[in-house]
Design a protein around this ligand. Structure first.
Ligand SMILES: [Zn+2]
Length: 249
């Protein structure tokens, strides 16, 4: 690290759990962020601010005016622009030391798995179960850790898959058979800070996994009810018949 980096990251380097070694681990990391909406925006901004070396951004969509209420890495002037371009510009303004690779495509499972195979960690910030299953399968098949967030209305959920932990449940162990309509903000609505809280929790888990301190959420589901400010941490078990991960054990 040079002097500028030591200064920029000084407030987290001074934490014994991170220190110089943890910062260097972050700087050497490649993290994939899929979906640059309400979850992906805070995830991208916090991971860029924290000094993750390379962020790979995936989103085929453009910025719509109705996104601006919660998707905080896009600006009013970005309406109509590709989300990967808008977020790349926000990251460059925040931390020019972060390398960004942008993919403005809807990735089919095989292509998705190729991209997942080249990163240290995957952030699922999407809003469709079919895409979420494909992301989970790619992470299971390539033994890549996954931080998966979801938020709708005034509720949010968070889970972590980590292949390094024995009997870690995957996304399908929990949600197999769920319906796409349960996730879509365009139909159900979502409060601005709800996605912000869950995205920020995703970033917090990501930094922990990259640096390697504490205990991750693996093996649990965090459920947050914003209306009554209730956090619940539920234990999750791997489903031995799960179509996503049964062949890995
Ligand atoms: Zn599974």
């Amino acid at each position: 690290m040079d002097d500028d980096q030591l200064l920029r990251y000084s407030r987290q380097i001074m934490l014994p759990d991170i220190d110089i070694a943890g910062q260097e681990a972050m700087l050497a990391s490649r993290v994939l962020i899929i979906g640059l909406g309400g979850l992906g925006c805070p995830v991208a901004l916090y991971l860029a601010a924290a000094g993750v070396g390379t962020l790979v951004l995936v989103d085929f969509d453009t910025v719509d005016e109705s996104n601006l209420q919660r998707q905080i890495a896009h600006r009013t002037a970005d309406v109509g622009r590709l989300k990967v371009e808008s977020v790349t510009a926000s990251i460059a303004a925040l931390n020019p030391g972060v390398a960004v690779e942008a993919i403005a495509e809807r990735l089919e499972p095989a292509a998705l798995q190729d991209v997942v195979d080249g990163v240290d960690l995957v952030m699922d910030c999407t809003d469709s179960f079919s895409v979420r299953y494909a992301i989970s399968d790619a992470c299971v098949n390539t033994a890549t850790p996954l931080v998966s967030g979801a938020a709708i209305g005034l509720e949010g959920q968070l889970m972590v898959y980590d292949p390094r932990v024995a009997d870690a449940p995957c996304y399908r162990c929990l949600y197999e058979g769920a319906d796409d309509r349960q996730l879509n903000c365009a139909e159900a609505g979502v409060a601005a800070a709800t996605v912000g809280v869950i995205g920020t929790l995703q970033a917090s888990e990501a930094i922990k996994l990259l640096v390697g301190y504490g205990e991750s959420l693996v093996g649990h589901l965090l459920v947050w009810d914003a209306k009554y400010m209730d956090f619940r941490k539920l234990r999750l078990k791997r489903d031995p018949n799960c179509p996503g991960c049964r062949d890995q054990h």
